[in-house]
Design a protein. Structure first.
Length: 474
């Protein structure tokens, strides 16, 4: 097949996929793993199938994939398709390079530096340093590594006795902070989980108590991780109060703004992150609310030299880094060696819409979440399960008949929503309660699609309540 024919065939599929989001359809052709492995062929041939067969495989892949670009997709903290970002992703793959040296990625380096500068300014870190990383999880780990290096100078070089160290995070934080505790060498046990208030925000007085308890146990507190936009409830920890405590106690303050960082674009919503400018490091995922294709995530630190120290392993790489381009080799600020060009897609999208476009997007999403909440509040069979400040809408179905186990009912409702695949939302817990969490972070969502979601949920809830069997069975 000629190259031009190949590319045209590819483009046809891309256009069909993008257009399909606006036509009636399911979010996924839901098939349990045991069945899917029987009806598909993923074997790797000894002799190649040839280029024509590539399109059969692509078609099969698209048929089977979750249509994350559909407006009914409201499951994780990301969704939809930013077409300019997609173009950046394609061009980045086409021009395939690694971000470690200026030599190999000259214009991309300037682009990434411009993005980090602007995002740094937005969180109040002018003059700091940063890197695009593999995601918020990696950003949290980088923040804790920086904290470790500052509390125990040269620990990057000499190592540490992590069993004597203590870090603190809210009980509703993302699980990546636990992973980070493992990787930086303090272990899960030395990450203290701090109680939250009724809105899911870390309680500063509880933080003070836990710091005192850690000291009594002979541990050295060195880092507090706050969350701006928690995974389940979308809560924003009080950054000012926590930051003041962290610094008064001689600790580093890292802010996990993977989900909520985009609030900084909005004049009204940025108040949720008051005090971020006093923090020491922040991570912020552009692949979440800003809608860039996965992965696109920034880690920023106020004191630039700390990140350079944490990444000092690069100093031995004479085959990559040379003195002459010291200030422009981004690999000196990264834990990765080979690194994708994630900057291009964000830069193109940002140039297209400007700060004003991001602000409008974020405010639109919060307005849509208000609409969904108003529909829930207005219906006797639906109940909000958490106050809201962001676009996480946590609720459950409440049968009219008394005496049913609400956790069983809501687990069943959510399973049926998944199997019907007209919508995709997540199931989670708040305390002991099973809840349904829908998230507005997808540009295709409208009030109309949210109304249709409520109709579907009430219909399924009623089926469960009245003992109707499932529509689909596998
Ligand atoms: C609050 C929070 N922090 C960090 C992460 C991890 O982000 P990533 O998936 O980009 O590693 C998530 C993911 O949902 C999150 O909700």
């Amino acid at each position: 097949m000629e190259l031009e024919v190949f590319v045209n065939q590819l483009c046809e599929r891309i256009i069909a996929y993008i257009n399909s989001a606006e036509q009636p359809g399911k979010v996924v052709d839901f098939t349990p793993a045991e069945s899917l492995s029987k009806i598909t062929d993923v074997s790797l041939p000894l002799e190649g199938n040839g280029v024509d067969a590539v399109f059969d495989d692509i078609d099969e892949f698209i048929r089977r994939c979750v249509k994350t670009n559909r407006p009914e997709f409201m499951n994780p903290l990301w969704g939809g398709l930013n077409t300019t970002g997609f173009a950046g992703e394609v061009i980045a793959a086409l021009t395939n390079t690694s971000m470690y040296t200026y030599e190999l990625a000259p214009f991309a380096t300037l682009i990434e530096q411009a993005i980090l500068k602007r995002m740094g300014e937005l969180v109040g870190f002018s003059g700091g340093a940063g890197t695009l990383s593999t995601g918020g999880s990696n950003g949290n780990m980088l923040g804790m590594l920086c904290a470790r290096e500052v509390a125990f100078p040269s620990s990057t070089h000499r190592g540490i006795d992590g069993t004597k160290m203590a870090a603190f995070v809210s009980s509703e934080s993302h699980y990546s902070v636990l992973m980070s505790a493992n990787v930086i060498g303090i272990g899960h046990r030395n990450l203290f989980k701090i109680a939250c208030d009724a809105d899911g925000r870390m309680k500063p007085d509880a933080l003070l108590e836990e710091i005192a308890r850690a000291r009594q146990e002979g541990l050295t507190p060195f880092c507090v991780v706050s969350t701006s936009g928690t995974t389940v409830r979308g809560a924003f920890d009080p950054l000012k109060a926590i930051g003041e405590i962290a610094h008064a106690e001689g600790m580093w303050h890292h802010v996990d703004a993977a989900w909520g960082g985009s609030a900084m674009f909005s004049a009204t919503l940025s108040k949720l992150m008051d005090g971020v400018e006093l923090a020491d490091s922040v991570c912020w995922d552009a692949h979440k609310m800003m809608g860039l294709p996965l992965i696109c995530s920034a880690f920023m630190v106020k004191q630039s030299d700390v990140l350079a120290k944490v990444c000092a392993h690069g100093n031995v790489a004479h085959y990559l880094f040379h003195e002459s381009s010291k200030d422009h080799d981004l690999g000196r600020y990264s834990l990765q060696c080979g690194r994708r060009n994630d900057a291009l897609k964000l830069w193109l999208a940002w140039r297209e819409c400007g700060d004003a476009g991001w602000a409008a997007l974020v405010e639109k999403y919060v307005g849509l979440a208000d609409h969904l909440q108003s529909r829930i509040d207005a219906h006797p069979n639906l109940e909000m399960m958490s106050p809201r400040s962001w676009t996480n809408v946590c609720f459950r179905y409440v049968p009219a008949a008394a005496g049913m186990d609400l956790n069983e009912v809501n687990s069943e409702v959510r399973s049926r929503v998944m199997e019907n695949a007209n919508f995709m939302v997540s199931r989670s817990n708040i305390g002991e309660d099973v809840i349904i969490r829908s998230v507005i972070s997808n540009p295709g969502i409208t009030e109309h699609s949210l109304d249709a979601f409520i109709d579907e949920l009430l219909r399924i809830g009623n089926d469960v309540e009245t003992g109707m069997p499932r529509e689909a069975s596998f």
